[in-house]
Write a protein that binds this ligand. Structure first.
Ligand code: SAH
Length: 222
């Protein structure tokens, strides 16, 4: 089964490159991360054989691990630099944190927040299984409020928000970037890339339509 999954992983990453989901100056690092990380370790055992279908799959609670092309879109949009500090709100399976860690390297700091305790335990277990538990921090709690007063170079929001939460914009360093789905959980959602200039001004770009589970918590849909 291992060999078969490895072949499927290679074929999927090739397709994501051909279709330009993996793109930009980090393309080769993103490709290497997606070739190295075993998606089968981040899905439920009963879905292992479907790990390399380019589709979201159910994980505990009502959450999903996003489709591989969506991970590629996030990783290509967020302009990761080696040594970046990166926060993900909505860790889910934990896989995006691991891809990010591979791209930002040993000097980078990667932190995930997950609000549902069952999903938090799933993510923690997946990180242990894949050997990333000492390299990535996961926190159980409401990420819409930010993490302490700490600021990050990049913030990934993996659940759809009514608007990008202000506390998260405040916790973005100047020159930093947020990628987040914005819109109705049952209606239309758009992926937004928000950049904070060196002067502290924010500029937003639309990256296209997406489908995500709702952001909960104080600045979510409750
Ligand atoms: N990148 C993840 C996405 C998981 S789905 C993956 O591919 O596996 C989004 C997750 O966001 C869900 O697990 C949900 O429980 C979580 N979530 C929703 N609102 C949250 C909040 N306010 N703080 C932290 N996590 C939240």
């Amino acid at each position: 089964m291992g060999d078969k999954l490895e072949k499927q992983r290679k074929a999927l990453v090739e397709r994501l490159s051909d279709y330009k989901y993996i793109r930009g100056p980090n393309a080769s690092k993103i490709r290497n991360a997606m070739l190295k990380v075993k998606r089968e370790d981040f899905v439920l055992p009963e879905h292992r054989f479907r790990a390399y279908e380019d589709t979201p799959l159910p994980i505990p609670s009502d959450a999903t691990i996003s489709a591989p092309h969506m991970h590629a879109i996030y990783l290509s949009a967020i302009d990761l630099r080696s040594g970046d500090s990166v926060l993900e709100i909505g860790a889910g399976s934990g896989i995006l944190l691991v891809y990010v860690k591979e791209v930002v390297g040993s000097k980078g700091e990667v932190v995930g927040v997950e609000i549902v305790s069952e999903v938090y335990r799933f993510a923690k277990n997946n990180l242990e299984k894949s050997g990333y538990d000492k390299k990535i921090k996961i926190i159980l709690g409401d990420g819409s409020k930010g993490v302490d007063k700490k600021k990050f170079d990049k913030i990934l929001i993996s659940a759809t928000c009514p608007e990008i939460p202000k506390p998260l914009i405040e916790r973005l360093k100047a020159g930093g970037m947020i990628v987040a789905p914005v819109g109705d959980p049952y209606g239309s959602q758009e992926l937004i890339c928000l950049e904070k200039t060196r002067q502290g001004k924010t500029i937003s770009r639309r990256l296209g339509s997406v489908v995500f589970v709702p952001l909960r918590g104080k600045h979510g849909w409750r």
